[in-house]
Write a protein that binds this ligand. Structure first.
Ligand SMILES: [Zn+2]
Length: 357
């Protein structure tokens, strides 16, 4: 392990380990503090008020911070967010593709959490790929309805990362500083319909293919582009969300590039996984039949009441119990499993919840 220096590099790695963001076995000592969470940012999460602002749930400010740490932030670090995305990056390289249903918190940067995103799992799993997986070129394809301002700020001046971001420019986060860091920006208007959406995507993928040759694709696949989503305000049908995902998978397959998919924002019960991956379908549906948890988080983003405090604790309990689950070996007959033949790809499915990012 590298020794501490004035550059702040080892300190960044120590902060990640000290705050239990990453396992002590994951030495990311070469990562500069500008690209991972600093000690000061991680310490700021010891304030429940700060966390309440990040997750946009005012009731969290009233909770003791130890409860916020245990029931809200710890599951995000371990299972729902950082841990799952890092593991999925490793699996994507090993097996062709992998999915972390809990990942894709693209509004969080090294120094600032927002939009329900407390940890920058995208930046961290890419740093992990750089340092531990011998990768030097990564393409982020961010098709969540919102701009991915977090990873854009983290990798703005990093030539190893190419960002294609297609988003609704009329909604949160209106992050003009981060926009200048996007390598390939496709801005959509509210109300954009399926046909236009897919046409824009086709054009964008063709341009991306010419401009950058990555060794790993990180696909942020938010479903808040769905028609009827109150936050995304686009009008893409569920069937065409599946087509969108297939286009990105084909894009990776045609170039033989490993793909890491993060499901990001939106309502998972309508996620394209349900339509695309029949074997995964049954498994995922089983996980997400816990409508109780789903409804709690639905209310969590909108309701401010004492009753909600009780609900929040229960939701945290469910999250705490969420465990990383691997797909059984026999679930390998999906139409998308020929992404990188002859590798027998399997996906990692992780329990998750609806969130508003
Ligand atoms: Zn979103």
């Amino acid at each position: 392990m590298a020794s501490a220096s004035a550059s702040g590099v080892p300190e960044a790695a120590e902060a990640l380990r000290g705050h239990r963001i990453l396992s002590s076995r994951l030495y990311l000592d070469d990562v500069p503090t500008s690209q991972v969470h600093s000690e000061s940012y991680l310490n700021s999460l010891k304030s429940s008020k700060k966390v309440a602002r990040i997750v946009e749930v005012p009731a969290v400010a009233l909770l003791p911070n130890f409860l916020v740490q245990q029931k809200l932030l710890y599951p995000f670090r371990k299972h729902l967010n950082v841990g799952g995305s890092v593991l999925s990056a490793k699996l994507a390289l090993e097996r062709g593709w992998a999915i972390n249903i809990g990942g894709g918190f693209h509004h969080c940067s090294a120094e600032e959490g927002s939009g329900f995103c407390a940890y920058a799992d995208i930046a961290l799993c890419i740093q992990f790929a750089f340092i531990r997986l011998n990768i030097s070129r990564v393409m982020i394809i961010d098709l969540d309805a919102h701009q991915g301002n977090g990873h854009e700020k983290d990798f703005g001046n990093d030539g190893r990362v190419y960002t294609l971001d297609m988003y609704n420019s009329g909604i949160y986060p209106f992050e003009h500083v981060a926009k200048k860091y996007i390598d390939q920006k496709v801005e959509l208007d509210s109300g954009t319909k399926t046909e236009d959406y897919l046409e824009n995507l086709d054009k964008a993928l063709k341009v991306a293919e010419c401009r950058f040759q990555p060794q790993l694709i990180v696909y942020n696949a938010g479903t808040d582009i769905l028609d009827g989503d109150p936050l995304g305000r686009l009008k893409v049908s569920p069937e065409d969300v599946a087509i969108r995902d297939e286009k990105v998978f084909r894009f990776a397959k045609d170039q033989n590039i490993p793909l890491l998919m993060l499901t990001s924002g939106g309502d998972f019960s309508h996620h394209s996984l349900i339509y695309c991956l029949d074997p995964v379908n049954q498994f995922a549906l089983k996980l997400f039949q816990e409508k109780f948890l789903h409804e709690l988080w639905l209310r969590a983003t909108r309701v401010w009441s004492l009753a909600f405090l009780f609900q929040l604790v229960l939701a945290g309990h469910h999250l705490w119990r969420a465990n990383l689950q691997r797909m059984p070996d026999d679930l390998v007959e999906s139409p998308l499993l020929d992404v990188n033949p002859p590798t027998r790809a399997r996906s990692v499915v992780q329990d998750s919840c609806r969130y508003a990012a």
